[in-house]
Design a protein around this ligand. Structure first.
Ligand code: AMP
Length: 587
């Protein structure tokens, strides 16, 4: 199905509810919830997914995190469950990681609050006891990682025979993590006439094959298709800062402190965020004002007049409120949230760098939204530089630079005659340099000085978060790959050639290679594999030969006679908290 992005209404709803969401067929209680959350209009994926899912169709959606895809399946799911049979669980959402299970669980809970739908997230690494208790009491929606879902199915603590809807979220990541067999096993436990939605940021043939086998005549949606005309994005400097969610406000303030914008337009997705951020900025002495669809026309007019006159330095807005407004070109556009589509991004940053003036676009992104950022970059043909959030030291240096610039400008203007006599008086008692230093200090403090600041932890942009310690199996011994005899078997990567092409080069006679379906992308290090084999298959470390870690898989050399035991033992266990494919590697 082709993406069909009709330009949404710019007018706020008369009744307070978004006319955009109402037009998709969502009922009053969900509209009320969305209103409370401050959502003003559906994102493109929501516009396309909600009606067919409400109608009971299967769906195959290509969309990355950050596009609003959780609501696109959760809202129709909740509406259908609220009016359907009450046997539980009635819906199952499978996600690749613990982090996502928690996030999706919270989102479904939020959206389903008015409908009193109960939700439980179950994932590996979490104590099983409370999960058993909650499952026994009964929940409507289970959000689970595949490994843990299968554990519960095998213990008979999760029964899927009443499930009406299954969602496979981030299916490509689940496959990359070796969950293919688990997914198949889980799906066979669900009724054949269930509704199924599969979301994936990419659509490799393996996903198409799963979709072909498990989805019935699905509606296909591809959001990334909407190509923005090459060159449509304005030629302004575009920078993105990757931070974890709790640090977003601090990062935004830090970036603004450093940029010292003359006038900035900050975009948020929801009304709530607009209000929170405006309050945060005002608390830091910025002249900031909010504008969103929940405000009356006279309120908005007042805000716009103040912004146009330069009285307000920062305008914090939702897309809906900013659309159709006659906003003068600003020096900075800041995306507090990554917009849900490239078109909206281009529209937003088009507010700066107009008429040959200099402009800058700044975007704050969460690590999981990195893929959406890259999509936007590709589709707009515009380079977005990913930078570290400035450190406290960067900020201090910048502030000192600003003070110095002010002093230089004053000296160049030569307007200091009146104060020379003051210096002459002080110079009788102090060194001239000390007098100057004291004066600079006063000037610096008058410009804001050095406020007490906390460092904002920098994070690597990444796709999944496999490498967190909570994915490791508790109690698993992890010998250091670089210590003593363990390191003997590990050849440096440079010495390995291309293992996929010549995997047997340099092999010991009578040895076999074990393929393990997780590699560097999953944060696997040689020590993890050596440790797992030593612990689970009781092999001495000296018996373990070369270890090769590739992007998506690893190979470990073991004595041929032990290969079967090792495969069996590793197949039963989890590596970095995940079940992975383990098999003999045939050249
Ligand atoms: P997701 O892609 O589902 O992870 O959603 C990304 C973020 O967008 C989440 O913080 C949602 O709360 C938010 N969001 C989803 N839909 C909308 C919408 N229609 N308007 C504003 N924010 C939204």
């Amino acid at each position: 199905m082709k993406s069909d992005h009709t330009e949404p209404s710019t007018a706020p709803s008369v009744h307070g509810f978004s006319p955009g969401f109402a037009a998709l067929g969502l009922e009053g209680s969900l509209l009320a919830t969305l209103d409370t959350l401050g959502y003003e209009e559906p994102t493109p994926i929501q516009r396309e997914s909600i009606p067919p899912l409400l109608a009971g169709r299967d769906l195959l959606g290509q969309a990355a995190t950050g596009t609003g895809k959780t609501a696109s399946f959760a809202l129709p799911m909740l509406q259908r469950l609220a009016h359907g049979a009450k046997q539980r669980p009635a819906a199952l959402i499978l996600v690749p990681t613990r982090e996502l299970a928690i996030q999706v669980g919270e989102a479904v809970q939020r959206y389903g609050k008015e409908l009193r739908i109960s939700v439980l997230a179950v994932y590996g690494g979490q104590a099983i006891g409370p999960q058993l208790y909650a499952l026994k009491r009964g929940v409507d929606v289970v959000v689970a990682t595949p490994g843990r879902a299968l554990d519960h199915i095998r213990r008979n603590t999760l029964q899927l025979k009443h499930v009406q809807m299954v969602v496979l979220d981030e299916a490509d990541e689940m496959l990359d993590m070796g969950f293919a067999d688990d997914l198949e096993a889980i799906l066979t436990q669900t009724p054949a006439d269930r509704q199924t939605a599969l979301f994936s940021a990419t659509m490799p043939p393996r996903i198409a094959s799963i979709a072909h086998r498990h989805l019935k005549n699905p509606v296909e949606i591809k959001i990334a298709k909407e190509l923005v005309k090459a060159g449509a994005a304005p030629r302004v400097l575009q920078t993105a800062y990757v931070v974890n969610r709790p640090y977003k406000v601090a990062a935004l303030i830090r970036v603004l402190d450093l940029a010292a914008p003359k006038s900035a337009l900050v975009f948020c997705r929801t009304r709530l965020e607009v209000d929170e951020l405006t309050a945060g900025l005002a608390g830091r002495d910025y002249r900031a004002e909010a504008i969103h669809g929940g405000m009356s026309q006279p309120q908005r007019d007042r805000v716009m007049t103040a912004f146009k006159s330069g009285q307000t330095q920062i305008l914090v807005a939702t897309d809906v409120a900013a659309r159709g407004l006659d906003i003068p070109s600003v020096s900075h556009v800041v995306n507090y949230d990554l917009p849900s589509s490239p078109e909206v991004y281009v529209h937003r940053i088009g507010r700066t760098g107009r008429a040959g003036r200099e402009g800058e676009a700044i975007t704050i992104v969460e690590p999981r939204e990195h893929r959406l950022l890259r999509n936007i970059e590709q589709l707009t043909k515009a380079k977005i530089i990913v930078a570290q959030v400035p450190s406290v030291a960067d900020l201090r240096t910048k502030r000192i630079e600003r003070t110095l610039t002010s002093i230089r400008e004053l000296l160049a203007a030569g307007d200091v005659e009146h104060f020379r006599s003051v210096v002459t008086v002080l110079a009788k008692d102090f060194e001239l340099v000390d007098v100057a230093a004291a004066a600079v200090k006063l000037a610096h403090q008058a410009q804001g000085g050095d406020v007490e600041e906390q460092e904002i932890p920098s994070v690597q942009a990444r796709v999944p978060d496999y490498s967190r310690p909570d994915y490791a199996r508790p109690g698993m011994r992890r010998p250091s790959p670089m210590s003593g005899e363990m390191s003997r078997g590990i050849r440096p990567r440079e010495a390995q050639g291309r293992p996929s092409a010549r995997p047997t080069a340099g092999r010991t006679p009578n040895s076999a290679r074990i393929y393990i379906g997780a590699g560097r992308a999953a944060g696997i290090r040689p020590g993890d594999l050596v440790g797992a084999i030593a612990n689970e298959a009781k092999l001495g470390s000296a018996q373990i030969g070369g270890v090769e870690i590739e992007e998506r898989f690893s190979l470990v050399e073991v004595p041929e006679s032990m290969a079967r035991d090792v495969i069996e033992a590793l197949g039963r266990t989890r590596i970095k908290g995940q079940k992975v494919t383990v098999r003999l590697f045939r050249d």
